[in-house]
Ligand binder design. Sequence first.
Ligand SMILES: [Fe+2]
Length: 280
Amino acid sequence: MMPASTSPNGAEDDFSELSAYERAGLEGKDPRCIPVQLDAPLPVGDEIVTPDYTAEEHQIWATLFKRQRELLPGRASREYLEGLEHLNLPQDRIPGLAELSSKLEKLTGWRVARTPGLLHEQDFFKALSERVFPSTDYIRGPEEMDYTPAPDCFHDIFGHLPMITDPDFADFYQEYGRASLNAKGADRRRLERFHWFTVEFGLLLENNQPRIYGNGIVSSYREVLSAFGNKVERRVFEPESMAEQEYEVWHIQPILYVVESLDVLKQRFREWAGGQLGLL
Ligand SMILES: [Fe+2]
């Protein structure tokens, strides 16, 4: 899941202040990237009703799961792989969000909410600040097996949830939500870019080798291969410069940032967002 930044009366927005997702939505590239208006609170945990998935939808999950799982040894971080074990995700069917919420709550106190699509950032950040992860429950079509720029439940469940079982990451992500709720204008955009280059597309070091913790990489076949290829530019983690780096959601990422560890991610985020920007 990614936040999007339109205000309900978007006419007053400055285009340059919009997120990359939002710009893509307005440019008409993909209507799924236009944030949804909520007219009721999102159902959380046991309130979530699991849809009647078709056999084809379960098969898409099974195919994606098998292919990604085989790619990850030696590429994904220990924290991600342990999270995957803790959640014990089914290989052959789309899991229900209510059962995942219950598992996550026992591990780190986070719960899962069901969102009908991309959320406005205010709703997204508020959920994170309350240790709630908004997940979609629909899956991509067979034509988007390699990558989808729009949220779907394979990205949200297989990509995001394992990392939220890690105590350091879980605390960092809640703080991220809090800081973002407090941020306005240019600082909001800085935090959104930071999210992109960490939560979505972050790498960390393990025995001095890059390993994936970013959900956008771990849930995409092409991004996993690209992250270890020779075309990508791997830069040293630096919150201030990452927060100024623009990105696009429509192609394989050309720039990735590598942090020493999740503990460093948490500490440096706190120093930057709390100390420098005064948002915590
Ligand atoms: Fe995401």
